[in-house]
Write a protein that binds this ligand. Structure first.
Ligand SMILES: [Zn+2]
Length: 242
């Protein structure tokens, strides 16, 4: 754990495993949705949104239990990362999660590469809407007034990266990872591409790499240290050692 103490620029790569202690459902491992369920993949897709935005919003809200989203709180894992930042380390989080919990925990530099459940945007005029607005309307529409004095009224698109969308901040994430002096994976089984190519790129450098995950991954051999345990209990141990 000396590497955490000595590191000045830390990149954390986080996945669903960091949010399980917040009791958030893991959409991917629960029922294997992200990986196996074809109907899920076709519902949470750009083509379905374009074809049937009203049906899309209905399915989207059910699948992600949108009404419950505000009740989830960051846990020891998220707060540990914020703590490193507040102790003066330059911390960047690359997260696959769409729950917004890193931001809620106070971490400032967060690349949400798969987007966020917390907001939606008007595809026509670009106005952004928050979760309350999304939850208040069965099919959320834009309320902006356009130049011609007409209501925009376009159906919003969620800021989650849909199947068929490209991921966000890919190049920024790679750049941040290359500039760090510690690369730490927390709670990701590294199965989802293309973002799982980042640890592969970093393994070709001298940057120390640590993995904390409950299960083995197929990229374990890339890491200098692998800890197979829950995030919460691991960060408690690390805090004692720091
Ligand atoms: Zn609009």
């Amino acid at each position: 754990m000396d590497s955490i103490m000595e590191a000045k620029k830390i990149t954390v790569f986080s996945g669903a495993g960091i949010s399980t202690e917040s009791n958030l459902p893991d959409f991917r491992s629960r029922n294997g949705l992200w990986t196996n369920n074809k109907s899920f993949e076709s519902l949470i897709s750009l083509s379905f949104f374009r074809r049937n935005p009203i049906g899309f919003w209905k399915a989207y809200k059910e699948i992600f239990a949108m009404k419950l989203l505000n009740q989830y709180e960051p846990n020891r894992g998220h707060l540990f990362i914020t703590d490193l930042q507040n102790k003066g380390k330059d911390v960047t989080v690359i997260t696959q999660n769409i729950d917004g919990l890193h931001g809620k925990a106070g971490t400032k530099k967060v690349f949400e590469v798969h987007g966020t459940l917390k907001t939606a945007e008007c595809p026509k005029c670009g106005t952004t809407y928050d979760l309350d607005y999304i939850n208040e309307h069965e099919t959320p529409r834009c309320t902006a007034v356009l130049k011609n004095n007409k209501l925009c009224h376009f159906i919003l698109k969620p800021d989650v990266v849909l199947f068929g969308d490209s991921i966000h901040y890919f190049n920024d994430s790679i750049e941040a990872a290359y500039q760090s002096d510690l690369f730490m994976v927390m709670g990701s089984s590294l199965e989802v591409g293309p973002i799982n190519s980042i640890p592969q790129l970093i393994s070709a450098t001298e940057i120390p790499m640590v993995l904390i995950n409950k299960e083995h991954t197929k990229y374990d051999h890339l890491f200098d240290l692998c800890i197979y345990a829950g995030i919460g209990q691991t960060v408690e141990q690390v805090k004692k050692a720091l």
